[in-house]
Ligand binder design. Structure first.
Ligand code: ADP
Length: 140
């Protein structure tokens, strides 16, 4: 299991608000290398599958609807300590609680529409990367 990769999505709110470039700039400036990337859109079915772990949570329906509401940028990123460092770069789930300068503090609008996703473990980073990309679409 690779411990130096994470998986991210620039969510539909940040895409709609024109923040793709600024967010990618922060990611690259923080030392992450892009291993795979695509501009795509999740169907409601695919969004539901991706967030299946949250099925029982009260916000699941809202989350699926939001994540399938427009295009996203999906990417696999590489850096030492990628998962933890990326979570630090994006900040807390709720932008009101996200540290100053983090991507969510800068670009998220609410706890649900919070600009970016970041995998929460090496295991999930690998699963989520494979959900979006074939091995032939990743470049080490
Ligand atoms: P994170 O994305 O920071 O790992 P979670 O795994 O807890 O956070 O939740 C997944 C996603 O579900 C969040 O990024 C956010 O888009 C949405 N979400 C979490 N909590 C809420 C909430 N209370 N209300 C609405 N949406 C939420």
């Amino acid at each position: 299991m690779a411990t130096n990769r994470t998986f991210t999505m620039i969510k539909p709110d940040a895409v709609r608000n024109g923040h793709i470039g600024a967010i990618l700039d922060k990611i690259c400036a923080a030392g992450f290398k892009i291993v795979a990337m695509k501009y795509t859109k999740l169907s409601a079915e695919k969004a539901g599958e991706f967030y299946a772990v949250h099925k029982e949570r009260p916000f699941y329906g809202e989350l699926v609807e939001f994540m399938s509401s427009g295009p996203i940028v999906a990417a696999v990123l590489e850096k030492d300590n990628a998962v933890a460092d990326f979570r630090k770069l994006i900040g807390a789930t709720n932008p009101a609680e996200a540290a100053e300068g983090t991507i969510r503090a800068l670009y998220a609008t609410s706890i649900g529409e919070n600009a970016v996703h970041g995998a929460d473990s090496d295991e999930n980073a690998a699963i989520e990367g494979s959900f979006h990309f074939a091995g032939t679409e990743m470049f080490a």
